[in-house]
Design a protein around this ligand. Structure first.
Ligand code: ATP
Ligand code: MG
Length: 223
């Protein structure tokens, strides 16, 4: 089994980086030297400090030069395709594909930006990157109210493009209790009986406990 995934989400801020970092840590713990790839990242004060790129680089074991983790970086906290236009910066789809191919057959994780239909450039959304790289998808979704709708829309879009879904991970990324939480997973499993659901991963303010919670939830994906 090749342990490589494209991690997307139903939205921004749902826990994609937490899930990606956990998958990378678990792979690194198996001695795999996994690659981390977050080709487009926006919303950073300094281009030397892409937060997601740095978190993924560290989780993968720190062996990768940052230029191979995060190719295109934007200051504006906007969809990459919009931020690039605003900041008059050129991106290259070819570099995304060749940057990915350079990892060869290594295990690893690609993190998208926001959700499936976030524009990466003038002619590609995140879903086109998933298609081009040919990786099984891990969908990260909120554990709370709204997730049945967002997750259904996301899974239907992937199915329509015949893209493989490795798992949906429900994450409690905020501390607020939500009456919908006990019902979400059951309803989604009823709608998508062939999809593997993981979680909900509980909210953990402590970073070490949060890591433990994600690693425990995701370990079956990298066995
Ligand atoms: N289980 C959890 N417990 C506590 N905090 C969490 C949990 N999951 C996510 N968070 C927090 O929620 C925030 C968003 O998570 P994360 O950065 O992984 O989202 P993302 O989907 O990668 O966002 P983006 O679209 O910006 O890349 C972070 O501050 C993260 O630490
Ligand atoms: Mg992220």
């Amino acid at each position: 089994m090749t342990r490589r995934f494209f991690v997307t989400g139903t939205d921004t801020g749902v826990g994609k980086t937490q899930v990606s970092a956990s998958l990378l840590r678990l792979m690194a713990a198996q001695g795999l030297e996994p690659f981390a790839f977050k080709p487009f990242e926006s919303g950073m004060a300094s281009r030397d400090a892409p937060a997601d790129g740095l978190a993924l680089q560290r989780a993968a074991g720190g062996w990768q030069p940052m230029e191979t983790v995060t190719l295109f970086r934007f200051h504006a906290p906007l969809a990459p395709g919009i931020a690039a236009k605003l900041e008059r910066r050129k991106t290259s789809w070819r570099r995304v594909v060749t940057g990915f191919r350079a990892f060869g057959k290594k295990a690893g994780v690609v993190e998208g930006a926001g959700g499936l239909h976030v524009p990466l450039d003038a002619s590609h959304d995140v879903i086109d990157a998933i298609d081009a790289l040919g990786l099984p998808v891990v969908v990260v979704a909120r554990a709370g109210l709204g997730t049945i709708n967002h997750t259904t829309l996301t899974l239907n879009a992937l199915v329509a493009r015949r893209l493989r879904v490795a798992a949906v991970v429900l994450v409690h990324s905020t501390k607020e209790a939500d009456a919908s939480t006990p019902h979400n997973r059951g309803e989604l499993e009823r709608r998508f009986p062939r999809v593997r659901f993981i979680g909900p991963v509980r909210f953990q303010r402590s970073e070490s406990r949060r890591r433990e919670a994600f690693d425990e939830a995701l370990s079956s994906l990298v066995e």
